[in-house]
Design a protein around this ligand. Structure first.
Ligand SMILES: *Cc1c(COP(=O)(O)O)cnc(C)c1O
Length: 370
């Protein structure tokens, strides 16, 4: 079948993004804000285009992981407040210069940022306090609450826009008791902070699966990748969220292999019968890891499964099309709405997030709205 694509292309459907945004907004009470998490190039797509689209449809806040990602959004014209989850002291100047808002997650970071803000004679600079309630990854300890309050109250230089925390297992209902403990601890911390600083910041704790599974964790704002690429583990997620990315490519060449002929590096596949293979321009440098080789993964050609034969090359894979009616130039689906990324990812023992965030920048991004 002749395809729309002329080369390997990641197609991002902005209509599906709007759909997911609207759907998630409906899961929270009116007035609860939605923060769009657009870290890691918006989970592998393109942070600027997605952020500008989300800004247009009314998203309240953005978050990125690293400071450089926030700078790129500002340079693309994003006006909405941007929280930087995981800044380092070396980023503070750039954060202030681009009107980004740091997450302060340790007494060291708080003290260094405060010192710099005082040196710059800033007042009420927006910051976010990240507390660890059980993921043990990043965040102030509960026992540090008083010290945090004291440090904040010493000057007028910082303004706490939000207090937040992150759930460790919101997608796993077997860990319900642990999650409820995290939520209760967060409530205690938040009320102590509010008492200590004398005003009410935005409170937030839920990520996407927290939105779906724990209404009691919605507080004033929720954080979400907006179901960008579906789903850590499809069975645990709401089917109403649509995968927004499709990865398509094209058959470059077809080879006929006689019994005994081999395919690819180290003769990774040896034909035992007459075999037809199709070569596709995508490889491990594009994010299709070597683990998918030797028939672990497959792609879809003319609605049929074509298994990857032999070793995945840097820029190419070869797939089995012996039983598939196809020709050079035909479209190849690596994942799309009906063959979602999480299914392919499962063949490698991973999740869609890892698969999609590793899509190389050399893969063309195309935005559609349909
Ligand atoms: C990545 C991240 C999120 C978004 O999580 P999703 O499950 O993809 O919605 C939310 N909060 C924090 C702190 C994160 O690091």
């Amino acid at each position: 079948m002749n395809s729309g694509v002329q080369e390997t292309t990641l197609e991002i459907n902005l209509a599906s993004l709007t759909h997911n945004y609207t759907y998630l907004k409906k899961q929270v009470q009116p007035g609860v804000k939605l923060l769009g998490v657009v870290k890691a190039s918006a989970y592998g797509s393109s942070a600027a285009q997605l952020a500008l689209h989300l800004e247009k449809i009314g998203v309240d806040y953005f978050a990125v992981a690293y400071s450089s990602e926030g700078v790129a959004l500002r340079e693309a014209g994003v006006q909405t407040p941007i929280l930087v989850f995981h800044p380092q002291p070396i980023n503070f100047e750039e954060i202030i210069a681009h009107n980004l808002e740091p997450s302060l997650y340790s007494l060291r970071i708080l003290s260094l940022f405060k010192t710099l803000a005082i040196q710059n004679q800033l007042t009420s600079y927006p910051v976010h306090l990240k507390f660890n309630t059980g993921i043990n990854r990043i965040g102030f300890a509960t026992s540090e609450t008083d010290e945090v309050i004291t440090a904040l109250n010493e000057t007028e230089t910082l303004k706490v826009v939000s207090v937040f925390s992150h759930l460790a297992a919101s997608e796993d209902l077997k860990e319900n008791a642990y999650t409820l403990k995290q939520i209760n601890l967060f409530k205690t911390i938040a009320s102590n902070i509010i008492k200590g600083i004398g005003y009410q910041p935005i409170l937030h704790q839920a990520n996407t699966s927290g939105i779906l599974n724990y209404p009691e964790a919605h507080f004033d704002m929720v954080r979400s990748g907006i179901g960008l690429y579906g789903f850590g583990n499809e069975s645990k997620f709401d089917k109403n969220l649509k995968p927004i990315a499709s990865l398509k490519s094209i058959i470059s060449q077809i080879h006929s292999l006689q019994p005994g002929d081999s395919l690819g590096y180290n003769r990774g596949f040896v034909a035992t019968k007459l075999t037809r293979s199709a070569t596709i321009p995508i490889g491990h440098a594009d994010g299709i890891g070597r683990i998918y080789g030797h028939k672990k993964g497959y792609v879809i050609i003319n609605e049929q499964r074509a298994y990857i034969l032999g070793i995945v090359c840097m820029d190419m894979i070869m797939v089995d099309v012996t039983e598939i009616d196809c020709q050079e130039g035909d479209e190849v689906v690596i994942f799309d709405e009906s063959y979602p990324a999480n299914i392919l990812a499962e063949h490698a023992g991973t999740i869609s997030y890892e698969l999609i965030t590793s899509m190389a920048t050399r893969i063309k991004r195309v935005f559609v709205e349909k």
